[in-house]
Each structure stands twice: as C-alpha cells, then as structure tokens.
Write a protein that binds this ligand. Sequence first.
Ligand SMILES: [Zn+2]
Length: 210
Amino acid sequence: MNLILLGAPGAGKGTQAEVISEALNIPQISTGNILREAVKNGTEYGLKAKEAMDSGALVSDDIVIGILKDRIAADDCKKGFILDGFPRTVPQAEALDAMGVTIDKVIEISVPDETIKQRVSGRRVCSGCGATYHVEFKPSKVEGKCDKCGGETIIRKDDQPETVLERLDVYHKQTAPLKDYYSKQGKLETVIGQEEVSETSKLTLKAVGA
Ligand SMILES: [Zn+2]
C-alpha cells in the first residue's frame, strides 16, 4: 500500500508513520533523507539537486520527485511505502500524479491548533544530553533540570510560540488544501489525534486496515 501521511507540525504525524511502517513492514520515506542520500551517492537527480543547492537555488519539485521515484523503485518498497513530509503543496501532489506515482491512501492526523500549541509549548529539551521532557506530560523531577545529567532544560527554537504559530500558518495555507485534493480522489482518511498516542495509533492502524 502506497501511503501519504498528512498532519500539522506537532500533530504526531512522524510517530504514526513509524507505527504504520512497523505494522505493514513498509519503509517510511522522508524527502530530506532521500535528498541527502541521492546527493551523497551522486545519482543523476542527486547531481542536479547538488547543482541547485550549490547555486543557492531551491531544489525543484521535478528533481525531488525524480529522487523519490528512484527511491520507491527499490526492493524494500515492493509492498508499499509511506511518504512523510511530501507532498506539501497541491502543485507537488499534481506533479506526483503526473509522474505516475500511485497513491492508495492519504492518512491525515487531525489535531486542533489549540491542542498543538499546548503540547508544543510544554516541550523541553536538555541542553546537555538532548533528553526530552514535557512540563505537563513528562516533567523532569526538578523543574528546569535534566534527570539524567543535571543539565539545563530549554525550549527549542522550533517550539517557541511564535515559531509554532508561523509553522501552523504555513501548514493551513500551503498543505491543508491537499485534504480537499485527495478527498476528491476518494483517498483521504482522517484520524482524529487522541490524547494518548497509543489510542491514536489504534485508529491509524484501523485506517490502513492493519
Ligand atoms: Zn541531560
């Protein structure tokens, strides 16, 4: 089964992609990773991507999709794959369709913005060892201090309230229209994100028939 995972930043899309990957034994494909790999391996599209990056340009959708097509031609994708983080826009989805990449289902992990803001604003990470905490759901024993190494726990830049608002805004403007796009193709399945991750995972697995 060829899948796309959709969801706002902070909705837990990556975690659910892992859950499906394990249950169906199909790889989770992130465009960032395969782009770096293709550049490193010097593939045809990898060289084109490097040329664009070296000149300071953005890597075009055609190049990204070319790299993606190479990746999903690999043996481990025979039973399917999960795209995590691509497409991000309707033009990218159209390009994917135009290049003959078949998508069977699109799973949207739906979590209200308010919940995301609350979840993300409570995240803390240790500046010493990188251990992660949450002031509400997984607090450190002493506030502001890491349980493991005693280092200071801080808020990452990605988790700052203004960054979160900005990322949510971009998601709603650029990526959320994909719901409509895939709904019209009869491929969209919406999973309502639950408070407990394990509950969300049950719903996700049901949505993919696992
Ligand atoms: Zn630490």
